[in-house]
Design a protein around this ligand. Sequence first.
Ligand code: ADP
Ligand code: MG
Length: 456
Amino acid sequence: MQGRTSTARLAPRDRSVVLGDGTARAALSFNDLTRHTLILGSSGAGKTTRAFNPILAQMLGGLDAGAFILAPKPEVVAEVVEIARQAGREALVIQPGSEVGLDLLSGSPDVDAMYFRDALGRVADADLQALDGAVTRLKNVLRMLLGTGRQYYTFEHLSSYCFDEQYAATVRVHAAEHRRAMLPNSEEAWTIDEAINYEDARWFQFTAETRRTVQFAISQLLEPLRDARIAKTFTHQRDLVGIESVFDGKVIVLHIPRAEYDSAAQVLYTMAKRRFFTTMERRRANPALDQTRPVVFALDEYQLCISESDIQSFGIVRSAGCMVLATAHGVSSLYSALPRHHVDAALQNFTQKIFFKTDDQETLALLDRATHHSPGAISPSLLFGMSRDQAMCHLTVGDDSIDAIVPLEPLFVIPDYLGETAREPVRPEATFVGEEQRRSPRRRKDRRASTSLRIA
Ligand SMILES: Nc1ncnc2c1ncn2[C@@H]1O[C@H](COP(=O)(O)OP(=O)(O)O)[C@@H](O)[C@H]1O
Ligand SMILES: [Mg+2]
């Protein structure tokens, strides 16, 4: 396995994340990590404590990364916040009802209409026309709202415009008034003209039946967001966090419990992802943003927040300095969320794969495919003989492929309320070599304990 000379003086981007120890040790560089990491294994196998937590801690610590984290499960929120605190970072938790919200609309009707398209997900062929109709209508309503004033460009106004005819008529009058005061060839004038033309030439020409079908598709998207706590956090014009703050090192955690907010979670996660991806892509075009800080996009329990558009986006954000770190229950659980060929394409985006114990046949088949070029080193049959603190790793470090069983010590950050150790919680703390200045001073000495984490 490959090593690196340890030095704390390296620039954050040149440090690495170390997995394992002694003879089974891999040092993944920032570049290796932008080839994205997927951690697989059954529930309780160790994905979060043995791989996700230690890797995230090193990314925030040594690599100095900003982070955008999707956490469908509540335990992970507490763990991530603690990991961020230990790395001397501010974590912002955004969940339904929280005071700070996330800016889900980009401000461009064309871009936002595409987000909506994604959020509506896969539809049967028979519904495709209604879906296209809904997206076109949403785009033109957003244009109308934008033309009336940026303060109208919110989910609430969008919903009112779509479903309250009187409100729509009033806004249209306002937009038309604004239009008269504008320079004829300006972009704003064009935006309003488009919106008004769409309504006159198309929307109002549709049969009542067609309009009903389109309205139904729109309500499927906007209806789940009509929840008091969701409205408070995501749809009002309020105290919003810009995703750009990840470039300053902020750790943003988006927590929408899947069990409570099923279809709303799907819509919000998908839109938040699109916002994040667009922000990453636009980084280079904006010299005011930090251009070099690594950013991690972390997804715990990916099967609960996977979307179709990830497949393309994971490939694109790589060149913008984004490392994707995901855990998933198993390949089967991904197949149950998206069609097979989409999942297979999504899996292609993860070069670095870490397997914990599992009896999921689809996961074992993936392990088999990943490692058949290096027979003997690791194989599905060896998986069952591993201890709890071991994982099968299929990694690419520089130009080298590494297939090995790697010891991964747990990073427990919060007490285990369910496990046997619940009566005597252990809370060892990560040690970040070369990161002394950035540590949180609170109760530092008495809480420090040794772990296997090192920054090479
Ligand atoms: N703070 C802790 N202290 C001791 N054991 C823990 C702690 N947190 C989790 N564990 C144990 O570690 C094992 C793996 O948990 P985890 O990494 O969360 O699994 P996964 O993410 O794969 O579902 C479980 O048996 C769990 O009970
Ligand atoms: Mg877990």
